[in-house]
Design a binder for this molecule. Structure first.
Ligand SMILES: Nc1ncnc2c1ncn2[C@@H]1O[C@H](COP(=O)(O)OP(=O)(O)OP(=O)(O)O)[C@@H](O)[C@H]1O
Length: 761
């Protein structure tokens, strides 16, 4: 029984709300124009003291952000109204807007403000001082519908789900056709989701939930909430959100901007080592091995192996001098002292050099300072210091030092290790022959599983001057991108400011006022970067908060990397251990987190699936039981009225039958998207057949998700959703990997409306 009563607002109500909403949009336009004008003013101003320039660059950043934000919240600016028992009334929207008059009355309350929370939590049983909750639906700037809930047990209407907030608006959102881009859920956040979104900032929060329970949506809204609520703390260190692959990041990329937040760094694991683009592929077994904790030991041993111990004395021939000798005992003593310092390899090299040069200088001094009369050595300490200085400069000495203790980049260390079975044998005695063979490969690009290893290597090696130079270059490239972005924003708003200010005179575009190079130079003068720019370019950056989506896929080595990026351990970890596809992924949160926080983490569970209708969830539940009989599927919030169909076809007719089914389903879609999920081994063949028959079908490594028909493997489909899904060869998917049942569970739960299964016989 519903504990809310719904009454029907009239056309007059719609008219009144339209007036209010139009007023809000007018105010939004005013704010955008003001920010745009100020941006142009700031771009135009030049010179001044360093401090003045610094302030001006902050202002440029602030106004550019504002122009962007005011544009991004255009759609659905205001979506709710709370009428409270005390007669007060609040409109709820994507951002806060205040009256421009003297007293700054709130006209629109940001959904993240504490007082807006009742919009998501108030129920008839616990109305929290709210009498009526109104949902406003708008299209562009027009109010198209209202839906009211009166929170009064006495007038509660029968039917519906008592635990849902704003049920009618929620169901409308769930039934709407998909677009290929994730939408925000700010209008219809449910109570269990709100609890996660507004959970405290410190500590590790794990959000476990089955498919379609809104984990991704909640993770994104939590990022927006945390930035709003803890802006001072988080704006300096930034927030990092890690997703499983670039297709997924494109899928979610619109959500934070529409919540007026642009300061979150979105990255895949493959992008977390600045300067490396990890797009190479490798067998799943190799990736799994590289994810194991033992690889930390392998890398440490690989570094030690590069600290070379000669068996024989080394001869160093200096021009016009006798040959110097470096015996193994000296090298060993120098190596041990350098190691004992505990410094990373590259930084310990200086200590090693001191020891070796000291011994060589003693040899030289012995010879040239020898008293022909047999007395004490004729050289004093200053002379010997000068000999040491000269020896350091000798190319022959440097060459020997480089050979004994080479300065290494992480890339060099790892590429050399993979390329040489002998090196692997020395570094990995704890692995067996088959495992060692998995690590061997020729140089040429990096895989996602290499990224945590590069990071580990960077820790072991320490940063040398070359790494610092490379970082500065990356920062410069990002700064340039930013400078161009600011000018783009200013150009986009040119009609307003330039026409106002240069009426009748010569019209100057922003490009005439300043170009990207000049803006970039100016930024460098005062060393001003956005947090995201610094963080993206700097491997050693530590974030204020880290959010990980599909976190079950992370290997132990990837967890090590992420924990380094977040020493405060303020993290939100979102995923579903039943959907783990990666062989090195985690079947247990406790296991993944124990090395870093022991049992000091909080668990929140999401239990309702908003995506997957009950008919499809019933099929998926059978697979879930095969993964682990103790696991329970989430409850579906709705039925679709369409039972999944399951058709066996002769293997030779698979492509033809799929094309027929896909053509029929694509034709039946009013709007919305069709996803075709196929086993890895069939994606090329079936993708080509579909693309030939349906030119709109998107196929490939990074398919365009906004296409009406998209062909994907399970790994690509992770985290995505479609109105209709055609699933090909479920048995092949299940048999295709040791985690095949989880892959099938993922594939079965991608549809919001209908599912069809085609299996070859
Ligand atoms: N409160 C809500 N209001 C409207 N839509 C919602 C709500 N919660 C979730 N949804 C919708 O349900 C769908 C599934 O959400 P989401 O992708 O975040 O789930 P998930 O738990 O991450 O799923 P998976 O584990 O399969 O990746 C999305 O379309 C999302 O917009």
């Amino acid at each position: 029984m519903s504990r809310h009563s719904a009454d029907s607002p009239s056309d007059d109500d719609i008219g009144r709300e339209q007036e209010y909403v139009s007023m809000l949009y007018q105010r939004l336009d005013g704010l955008r124009e003001q920010a745009s004008r100020r941006l142009t003013e700031q771009l135009r101003s030049t010179g001044g003291t360093l401090q003045a320039r610094s302030q001006r660059d902050s202002a440029v950043r602030m106004y550019a952000d504002q122009v962007e934000q005011f544009s991004a919240v255009e759609s659905g600016l205001c979506f709710g109204r709370l009428d409270r028992d005390d007669g007060s009334r609040h409109y709820i929207g994507r951002i806060g807007i205040f009256d421009s008059g003297g007293d700054y009355d709130p006209l629109l309350m940001d959904w993240r403000a504490p007082a807006a929370r009742a919009f998501y939590l108030a129920t008839a049983a616990n109305p929290q001082g709210v009498r009526r909750r109104r949902h406003l639906r708008t299209r562009q700037r027009k109010v198209t519908a209202l839906h009211d809930e009166v929170l009064d047990l006495a007038t509660a209407a029968p039917g519906g789900h008592e635990e849902l907030t704003g049920e009618a608006s929620l169901l409308a959102a769930l039934d709407a056709g998909r677009t290929g881009r994730m939408r925000d859920i700010v209008e219809t956040i449910q109570a269990e989701q709100d609890r996660v979104i507004r959970a405290d900032l410190p500590g590790v929060l794990v959000v476990q939930g089955g498919p379609g329970t809104g984990k991704t949506a909640v993770a994104l809204h939590r990022a927006a909430y945390l930035l709003y609520t803890h802006r001072r703390e988080l704006s300096t260190r930034g927030v990092l959100l890690v997703g499983p692959n670039t297709t997924f990041l494109r899928y979610i990329s619109q959500v934070l901007p529409t919540l007026a937040e642009t300061g979150v760094l979105l990255r895949t694991q493959a992008d977390l080592f600045p300067g490396v683009t990890a797009r190479r592929t490798e067998p799943a077994a190799t990736a799994a091995l590289k994810g194991r904790p033992v690889m930390a030991e392998v890398l440490a041993a690989a570094v030690r192996d590069r600290q070379w111990m000669p068996d024989e004395p080394l001869e160093i021939e200096l021009p016009q001098q006798e040959v110097l000798l470096l015996d193994p005992a000296t090298v060993r003593a120098a190596r041990d002292r350098a190691r004992r310092s505990g410094r990373p390899h590259n930084l310990a090299r200086a200590l090693f050099d001191v020891e070796i040069v000291h011994v060589l200088a003693a040899q030289v001094a012995e010879r040239i300072g020898a008293d022909p009369l047999g007395g004490e050595n004729l050289l004093d300490e200053a002379d010997v210091a000068e000999i040491r200085r000269e020896l350091r400069e000798e190319p022959e000495v440097r060459a020997v030092l480089d050979r004994l203790w080479p300065v290494l980049t992480p890339q060099r260390l790892l590429a050399d290790l993979y390329a040489e079975p002998d090196r692997i044998a020395v570094a990995a005695p704890m692995l067996d022959d088959t495992e060692r063979a998995l690590l061997h490969r020729e140089p040429g690009g990096w895989t996602p599983a290499d990224v945590p290893l590069l990071d580990e290597a960077a820790e072991l090696l320490g940063e040398d001057e070359r790494a610092a130079t490379a970082r500065r270059e990356r920062i410069r490239a990002l700064q340039r991108e930013y400078a161009e972005g600011v000018l783009e924003i200013a150009r986009g708003s040119r009609s307003i400011d330039v026409e106002d200010e240069f009426e009748g005179g010569e019209i100057l575009g922003v490009a005439d006022l300043i170009d990207a190079d000049r803006l970039l130079e100016r930024q460098e003068e005062v060393d001003r970067l956005t947090t995201a720019q610094r963080a993206a370019a700097d491997r050693t950056w530590t974030f204020g908060h880290v959010i990980v989506d599909e976190a079950q896929e992370l290997s132990p080595m990837a967890w090590r990397l992420l924990m380094r990026r977040c020493p405060s351990r303020s993290m939100t970890i979102v995923g579903d251990v039943a959907q783990t596809g990666a062989l090195a992924g985690t079947p247990s949160w406790a296991e993944a987190l124990a090395p870093y926080v022991a049992d000091r983490w909080r668990l929140e569970e999401l239990t309702v699936s908003y995506r997957t209708p009950s008919e499809i969830m019933a099929v998926a539940a059978g697979v879930l039981a095969r993964i682990d009989p103790a696991l329970r599927p989430p409850r579906s919030v709705r039925d679709s009225g369409a039972d999944p169909w399951d058709r066996a076809v002769p293997a030779g007719r698979l492509a033809a039958e799929l094309v027929t089914a896909a053509t029929a389903e694509a034709g039946a879609l009013a709007d919305g998207r069709l996803g075709v999920i196929v086993p890895d081994g069939l994606v090329d063949e079936l993708g080509a057949a579909l693309a030939a028959a349906l030119p709109e079908a998107a196929v490939g490594e990074h398919p365009e998700l906004e296409s009406r028909v998209v062909v994907l493997t399970v790994a690509q489909a992770k985290g995505l959703e479609f109105d209709v899904v055609l699933l090909v060869d479920p048995d092949g998917i299940e048999a295709g990997s040791p985690r095949g049942a989880s892959d099938l569970y993922v594939a079965l739960t991608r549809a919001t409306q209908r599912l069809g299964i085609i299996r070859p016989t």
